[in-house]
Design a protein around this ligand. Structure first.
Ligand code: PLP
Length: 463
């Protein structure tokens, strides 16, 4: 490990790391008796959503969750890529506590508070592009998508939004119009909001055109102009193009180098703005503040949520000032930029800077990818290993040549992992994502990889 690899860790405010292989403590099977009772009550009283594993958390610290049966579990899901600075970071907790004792809510959209303004100034500074920008605060990723979609429709008065097949932008009706990551998310909800159109996403592991990068010459970008703009999508009717810089729920698919630049060149030619959905990839996850920075393009609008709030519901849209509404009342909400969420966000951004977590995400992300590739060399079920920074994934296949998705196998690996104390989340059809908090240490990655290795063997033994 290089010097720079170690410095972010040594500045961390965390408790000492557990010895390798000794961090996970299992006192009961997962789920234990207390967890089982809660899962049963949950099934009775909560609407069905997207539950994946019967893990019932009682508390969290760093990359560790203690469940209601006293088991200590290693968390490589981060509450769906939310807990960037780790669970219960003292500075985030302090900021929330201090603010909670003074004032929690006064409606920042109708009146004023300073923490919200300070956070907006910071986001204007951190997002790519030096043009004048403004911020609208939301409560979630889907609400950020809605706000961005309304903004471009209001400003440009054109009916079409172009997105990618496989994208995930949220589940409210406007966002869902652009979400195409799984049929179950859309089934029985049509008709959607008018104007949503999609082109195939760049995906070199499963190229929709069966071409090879780089000899394909980025046909998956050029096709927007060469085919779609000549047939089904009149470019003058397009209000915006919306994409994730790394496709998240759709399977952690990283576009090939040059794809975003090629798309942006086409969009610029027609004056079409780019909405960059950083809800999952933003706020340091990939080792840069925003993942689009890896692609070398400057988006017009950036949407974010998840990690921004440090565990509280918080989202934001950063827009060109020229897109701001000229009149009051065209768009607003009640809780956007809530005081607790604003101070938690600001503390999160401060911690990322102070503890050099962008560096740590890059260094540990490279190490995690290396360890996953090592596992791939020993387990033929791992068809692909991919990611940027700490936004990493493995795609499972029944056969590396046919690349048939190994969906049941992937599900068994998730199950065998939590049984051994490692919390993971699936995505895509047969992929597992590895998104530990950005504070993760090398020895925690080692422990996770040991458990994953054992889980893959156990999943195979169950076939
Ligand atoms: N956009 C992206 C890229 C996401 O990954 C998600 C959620 O996973 C959303 C939007 C929706 O966010 P939320 O679940 O907070 O509505």
């Amino acid at each position: 490990m290089s010097q720079s690899a170690e410095s972010p860790e040594s500045s961390s405010a965390r408790e000492p790391a557990s010895p390798p292989g000794r961090g996970v403590i299992l006192r009961t099977p997962i789920p234990g008796p207390a967890a089982q009772r809660i899962v049963e009550r949950d099934r009775q009283f909560l609407m069905t959503t997207t539950k994946t594993s019967p893990v019932v958390a009682a508390s969290g610290s760093g990359v560790w969750i203690t469940d209601v049966d006293g088991n200590r579990l290693l968390d490589f899901a981060s509450g769906v890529a939310v807990q960037a600075v780790g669970y219960s970071h003292p500075e985030v907790v302090r900021a929330i506590r201090d603010q909670a004792g003074r004032l929690t809510h006064f409606a920042g959209t109708d009146f004023y508070y300073e923490p919200q303004v300070r956070l907006a100034e910071k986001l204007v500074q951190l997002t790519p592009g030096t043009f004048p920008k403004k911020v609208f605060f939301t409560n979630s990723g889907t609400e950020s998508a809605e706000a961005a979609l309304k903004l471009v429709r209001w400003n440009r008065q054109r009916p079409i939004i172009v997105g990618l097949l496989g994208a995930f932008h949220g589940r409210t009706m406007g966002a869902l119009t652009m979400t195409t990551s799984k049929p179950v998310q859309r089934a029985r909800y049509a008709p959607f909001v008018g104007g949503g159109m999609h082109i195939p996403a760049p995906n070199c592991y499963r190229c929709p055109y069966k071409l090879q990068y780089p000899s394909c010459d980025l046909y998956c970008a050029k096709i927007l102009k060469e085919l779609y703009f000549q047939t089904s999508i009149p470019p003058d009717d397009v209000a915006a193009f919306m994409a994730e810089p790394v496709m998240g729920e759709g399977g952690y698919v990283v576009p090939p180098d040059g794809w975003f630049r090629a798309i942006k060149t086409i969009l610029d030619e027609y004056g079409i703005p780019l909405i960059d959905d950083e809800v999952q990839s933003g706020v340091g996850r990939t080792g840069r503040w925003f993942a689009i920075e890896h692609h070398g393009v400057v988006p017009d609008i950036v949407t974010m949520a998840k990690a921004l709030g440090g565990g509280l519901p918080m989202g934001a849209v950063v827009l060109p000032s020229s897109f701001d509404y000229p009149v009051q009342g065209s768009h607003s909400n009640t809780f956007g930029g809530n005081l607790l969420a604003s101070v938690a966000s600001m503390a999160t951004l401060d911690v990322i800077e102070k503890e050099q977590l962008l560096d740590n995400a890059r260094v540990q992300g490279d190490y995690l990818l290396e360890r996953l590739r090592e596992l791939q060399s020993r387990h033929s079920e791992i068809g692909d290993v991919r990611g940027i920074g700490l936004m990493t994934a493995t795609e499972f296949v029944t056969d590396p040549t046919t690349k048939e998705p190994a969906i049941a196998f992937r599900d068994r690996v998730v199950e065998e992992s939590y049984r051994r104390g490692l919390i993971l989340l699936p995505c895509g059809r047969s992929t597992i994502r590895y998104v530990p908090p950005l504070i993760v240490r090398r020895e925690e990655i080692d422990e996770a990889m040991e458990i994953l290795d054992a889980a893959i063997r156990a999943a195979r033994a169950r076939e």
